[in-house]
Design a protein. Structure first.
Length: 587
């Protein structure tokens, strides 16, 4: 866990020896201990205690190595009782408490170890580390100040001390410490960068510039250093000097991606949007610029273009540049698909996502987007095929079985649909809303198969979990009305769905049809008129229902007009053509 003292072979430290001599001195002054035999007896007692300490310490270390930390801790504590002046047990206990996550207790024992042995570097490093983690930066800095004095040639201690000074906002202290480290190391890029940052924080730009100039002087054609100076000039609003450096950089490395990004930012700050975008597009076409960096920039565009559509053309140019430069990276197509999907370009978005999964088929999130688009486009053939692929790749993802079941139900593959719904339903864990979807769809497919008892059972299961599910209430009540069964239950459910989602033409049509089947034609007519006012006038089914209600109310001529209108609007029931030809209600 922690380093032991170098002189591990001797368990008796100088402090232990001093402890023994102190006792010898005191006892020498007592007449009762002046005889040689008495003094020899005392020495034997001390040696016995010494052996006991060494044995206990050895056993403690053995248990620590075996991972028996509680027992090791107990034994180290016994060592302290035997000889409280020895530092090493405190250090070992501090390490054990630290490993156990008991930082406060570790800190107190580490402090005691340092008190007993100021010369041991490992004690001090552990103590300082624990102080840092407890945000006691002042005390930690004091420890490293001692370490720097103790080991003036150890550069790593200067770095630690400077970092602590920065945490304490002691900029001058940090600067002086870095300068001492620089005196030891000589020219060092990391130190120069740190000093430059401190000078800027101290509002001393001339000194910051001088530090970066050291880097440039060391290698005048290193574009990293030139870029750093150019950015520094930009921050100081010295745009002319920044431009000179950027021009020099482009001559040295015309295709350096990060230089192109810097130039894009430079022209953006100048207000030259066109020039800024030109450099940005060039950076995107550069294969050396990491895809993740490009994606990060595009995510900013994604957010901005949600409110500023004028930037969308530029966003799509960057997306084109991304896939052109990185055609073998799935992220290129995935983020392109995200933009297209956001902009309701579903077919194009799906094509991009399909390219992405060809490169990385193990990305479930992308497959999920593809299936969502299949559903949006009502492309049930694609949804059935692609959900089959996803089920093979991710057999425990229950939601995929829902997609597959819905697709097969729409394609009249009802048995396959039931199989998918039941398999997916059995995979659902702690997700009642998803379970409701499986129950509801099983209710629908069993209705199609005229297995009404099973259909009703699944609808009831769905409503037992989510009693205010509008879709289930609507479908269940409509199918009961068609079957001519449980009219009171159907009416209650349909009315509830309309209360939950008022002014919905489909729900109003269902309620009207329940009323119609119950013989409540006047009320049915009223609800059908409301349905048509809310968009039902574009539905052949709603218009035909309205005509049927009119016929029942003896408004036959008007009913005939609406049957014709239903036919003109779209596909009505299987009896619509006969109703028009015979001018009679056919049910």
């Amino acid at each position: 866990m922690h380093r032991k003292k170098n002189n591990y072979s001797s368990y008796v430290s100088l402090k232990t020896t001093a402890f023994m001599l102190l006792f010898l001195f005191v006892l020498a002054g007592c007449s009762s201990f002046k005889k040689r035999s008495d003094l020899q007896g005392f020495k034997e007692l001390i040696e016995k205690e010494n052996l006991k300490f060494k044995h206990t310490f050895h056993e403690a270390n053995k248990e620590k190595l075996l991972g028996n930390y509680e027992l090791a801790l107990e034994l180290f504590l016994q060592c302290i009782k035997i000889n409280p002046l020895e530092a090493d047990p405190y250090f070992q206990i501090a390490g054990l408490f630290d490993y156990m996550g008991k930082t406060d207790r570790a800190l107190s024992f580490a402090k005691e170890a340092v008190k007993r042995d100021q010369s041991n570097v490992w004690y001090k490093i552990l103590y300082a580390d624990l102080l840092k983690r407890n945000r006691q930066y002042n005390q930690a800095a004091e420890v490293y100040e001692d370490l720097v004095k103790q080991y003036p040639s150890k550069v790593e201690y200067y770095y630690e001390l400077a970092a602590l000074y920065l945490n304490l906002q002691n900029l001058s202290g940090a600067l002086q410490t870095f300068e001492k480290a620089e005196a030891l190391l000589g020219f060092n890029e990391e130190l120069i960068v740190q000093k430059q940052k401190i000078f800027m924080a101290m509002n001393k730009p001339d000194k910051a510039i001088a530090e970066v100039q050291k880097l440039i002087d060391s290698n005048p054609n290193d574009v990293r250093y030139l870029s750093q100076m150019a950015e520094l000039y930009q921050n100081l609003n010295e745009q002319g000097k920044a431009k000179e450096l950027f021009d020099k950089i482009v001559k040295i490395e015309p295709d350096n991606a990060f230089v192109l990004l810097s130039l894009s930012e430079f022209y953006k700050n100048k207000g030259d949007k066109q020039k800024s975008f030109e450099y940005l597009e060039r950076a995107f076409l550069n294969q050396k610029l990491e895809v993740d960096h490009k994606v990060k920039i595009l995510l900013n565009y994604y957010v901005i273009t949600e409110t500023d559509s004028a930037l969308k053309p530029n966003a799509y140019k960057l997306l084109d540049a991304l896939v052109k430069a990185n055609p073998d990276n799935a992220k290129s197509y995935s983020i392109y698909g995200d933009f297209l999907y956001r902009d309701n370009k579903f077919i194009q978005a799906r094509e991009q996502f399909r390219k992405a999964v060809k490169l990385e088929s193990d990305k479930f999130a992308i497959w999920n987007q593809i299936l969502a688009i299949d559903a949006e486009l009502e492309d049930y053939n694609a949804m059935a095929q692609e959900s089959e692929q996803v089920m093979a790749l991710f057999p425990t993802q229950s939601f995929v079985y829902l997609y597959n079941g819905v697709a097969n139900m729409q394609l009249n593959n009802n048995e396959k649909s039931i199989e998918s719904f039941e398999n997916g339903m059995n995979l659902v864990v702690d997700n009642n809303l998803l379970l409701v979807q499986f129950y509801a769809n099983l209710g629908d497919v069993y209705h199609k198969l005229k297995q009404h008892e099973k259909s009703d059972n699944y609808y009831d299961k769905a409503l037992s979990i989510e009693p205010e599910n509008v879709l289930v209430l609507n479908n269940y009540s409509y199918y009961l009305a068609i079957r001519g069964e449980k009219f009171e239950k159907a009416e209650q459910m349909s009315k509830k769905s309309n209360d939950l989602a008022p002014n919905n033409s489909n729900l109003q049509d269902t309620y009207a049809w329940v009323l119609y089947k119950m013989g409540k034609y006047e009320n049915a007519k009223k609800w059908l008129e409301m349905s048509m006012q809310n968009g039902g006038n574009s539905s052949a089914a709603v218009i035909e229902h309205y005509a049927d209600a009119l016929f029942k109310l003896n408004e036959k001529e008007k009913a005939y007009e609406y049957w014709i209108k239903a036919k003109e609007t779209g596909k009505g029931s299987e009896f619509l053509e006969r109703k028009i030809q015979e001018k009679q209600l056919i049910e």
